[in-house]
Design a protein around this ligand. Structure first.
Ligand code: ZN
Length: 638
């Protein structure tokens, strides 16, 4: 379409008063329709992707004189940003309106609310207008299905047959890691062909925008079902057929397994995530901030935290130590630290009972909230949703854990052969006794299934300990057992003669791994599982590796570490805050239930198991330990 013709639309969009810019105009410009009376199809007059140059004379919010933009972007700016007044802060927002763009815009606007530039009413008005525009347009712009998406692709199917032949040996290997690697290679190549075939198809818009996940339903329906874990053989059944091709007789067991693997964890997981919300609230109810944002407990200690593109939003308004200088991260400056490990001031270091402004950061002060322990439920809410949805998501791909993830110090006494972890010298694995607490952990005669984060020790030929380390695989793993387990009060102990196959390093990227991390490392363990200063960084590593975002700020996990890692009756933070050099495994780890019971009778009563709570609480009081205050007290006493 010529720029002259497009100008007609530009002028109409610009000249329409803002309160009249609505559904009627948008449909006139962009909607095609089918006339039933004459059975004719009328093309739309314009396309929202039609490009033109917009100058700051035409529209004063354009920065830098002029920009190349599209009709749709102009409508979006006027309808969502100009009408709400947000454009005064953001100016002309000229990005392709897809999932990334909307995330960026949402965080910019949220930031404006937090720093008091706009009020929550404006935020609400923006959300309403954004969604209204979306719902109006989806009927004529959002193509959910197109012939190209439904038809089998002959080039893909032909290549699939070739690849399954080529990788036949690997797909039927006894080593599940080899099976996964081959399946991933095949799927990657085939989905690449699919994307190439679809790139000009309007049905692909929904996927290109980042909203739909082509590797989920489309792959299963049109390309191949892929790898399904068979718990009977502990190998994968790799199903070549897609749903469209139909289930072959030999694939019936695998398809049935995939149904069970989808529905059961989803059902049980929903209940577990619900219970976890209650547990977190009970544990953290007494954690609170010093209301003075400029308070400073005087600590010089920090925790290392690796900032990534994904997690950067969870550390804004927090302080870091940069060469002895206290620097605040805001939503723009945080971008300078992506890919870097920063020294984060943290409640894990705070020497005051009420967490100071330096260690807690300013986000909650900006929101005028101090009882932050009660604000941690977003993560369990998200966990619940992910669990509910998990049965619909068949895209969870399997990966091999990178070698540097296997142990904390890439120990010289282990080796990885063909994706299998082996030991060079005699090794012992300390498996926490959490089988009863965490459903999904399992002890059998020839194997034990639990989270792959465990202390390990190495011994020489005479049985003397030569080294100790940590296994740090952030996923549920099945460890082989060759002899009877030993025991100590906190652990089961598995012993491996040199050169044993311990476990494979393949994992299914899955929300379950993240849930187990929370359950084992933070909530249930009765002894230190990870170095104190690395707990939060490892939690985020676990989430990235499993492609999960629980949408909670890092402080959620820092508070858990502060609350559950103790030194006597005090937080270990009081020790670490004075001396960063302290042995990072020397804290006492409280399981959450005990922590609640020991916090005081009232906290325990508000939780569950009143009997134990009152007994413990009274004993603590008799020993001269003050019960922790909880904001819920006010509610109870009122
Ligand atoms: Zn502090």
């Amino acid at each position: 379409m010529s720029e002259e013709t497009i100008k007609i639309a530009v002028n109409r969009i610009l000249q329409t008063p803002i309160d009249q810019l609505g559904k009627k105009l948008i449909e006139e410009l962009f909607a095609g329709y089918h006339d039933k009376a004459t059975n004719t199809y009328k093309e739309s007059n314009f396309d929202p992707t039609d490009e033109f140059t917009l100058t700051s004379e035409q529209y004063k919010w354009v920065d830098g004189g002029k920009v190349k933009t599209t009709l749709g972007t102009l409508v979006f700016n006027r309808f969502c940003l100009e009408a709400t007044g947000l454009i005064e802060h953001l100016h002309y927002w000229n990005k392709v309106i897809d999932k990334n763009c909307m995330e960026d815009l949402d965080s910019e606007i949220n930031n404006l609310v937090i720093i008091d530039k706009v009020d929550t009413k404006t935020l609400g008005a923006f959300v309403d207008r954004r969604d209204t525009l979306g719902f109006w347009c989806v009927s004529f712009l959002g193509v959910s299905i197109s012939p190209g998406l439904v038809r089998p692709m002959s080039n893909v199917n032909k290549r699939k047959a070739e690849l399954f032949k080529q990788y036949d040996k690997e797909l039927h290997s006894d080593n599940p890691v080899e099976q996964i690697m081959a399946t991933n290679k095949i799927e990657k190549e085939l989905m690449g062909m699919v994307r190439e075939n679809l790139k000009d198809d309007p049905g692909y818009d929904m996927y290109a925008s980042g909203d739909g996940n082509l590797d989920n339903n489309y792959k299963t329906i049109n390309v191949m079902r892929g790898a399904v874990m068979n718990k009977a053989t502990n190998k994968y059944d790799v199903v070549e057929s897609s749903l469209l091709e139909g289930v072959k007789k030999k694939d019936i067991p695998a398809f049935s397994n995939s149904i069970v693997a989808g529905a059961y964890p989803s059902a049980v997981g929903t209940a577990e995530a619900g219970a976890m919300a209650k547990e977190l609230m009970a544990v953290l109810q007494s954690e609170h901030l010093n209301p003075d944002p400029n308070s400073d407990c005087g600590t010089h200690s920090t925790i290392p935290f690796t900032i990534t593109k994904k997690n950067k939003k969870y550390v804004v308004f927090r302080y870091i130590d940069e060469g002895g200088k206290k620097v605040m991260l805001d939503i723009h400056s945080v971008n300078n630290y992506i890919g870097k490990t920063v020294n984060l001031y943290s409640p894990q270091c705070c020497l005051d009972k009420a967490i100071c402004g330096k260690c807690g950061g300013h986000v909650f002060h900006n929101l005028q909230v101090t009882n932050i322990g009660l604000l941690i439920t977003p993560i369990t809410q998200k966990l619940l949703n992910l669990k509910l949805k998990s049965k619909h998501d068949l895209s969870t791909s399997a990966i091999i854990i990178p070698e540097n993830y296997a142990t904390i110090d890439t120990s010289q006494y282990i080796k990885i052969e063909n994706g299998i972890l082996k030991n060079k010298v005699t090794m012992k694995l300390f498996i926490p006794r959490l089988m009863e607490e965490i459903s999904g952990f399992d002890l059998e005669t020839s194997s034990v299934t639990c989270m792959g984060i465990l202390p390990i020790k190495f011994y020489d030929k005479s049985g003397s300990e030569i080294s100790s380390s940590l296994l740090t695989i952030p996923a549920v793993k099945q460890f082989k057992l060759y002899e009877e387990l030993g025991e100590d009060p906190n652990n089961y102990i598995a012993t491996y003669e040199p050169n044993s196959e311990i476990c494979d390093l393949g994992i299914q990227q899955n929300v379950v791994n993240v849930q187990f991390f929370l359950e084992q490392i933070f909530l249930n363990s009765k002894s230190p599982q990870l170095p104190y200063n690395l707990m939060v960084d490892m939690m985020f590593r676990c989430m990235e590796l499993n492609k999960i975002d629980l949408t909670g700020p890092t402080i959620t996990y820092e508070l858990l570490a502060r609350r559950l890692c103790r030194e006597g009756s005090k937080p270990f933070a009081f020790v670490y805050g004075k001396n960063m050099g302290v042995d990072q495994m020397s804290y006492t780890k409280l399981p959450y239930r005990k922590a609640v019971h020991e916090a005081g009778p009232l906290q325990a009563i508000l939780f569950q198991d009143i009997g134990t709570g009152v007994n413990r609480g009274l004993a603590m009081t008799l020993n001269g330990i003050e019960p922790e205050k909880t904001p819920l007290e006010k509610v109870v006493k009122a």
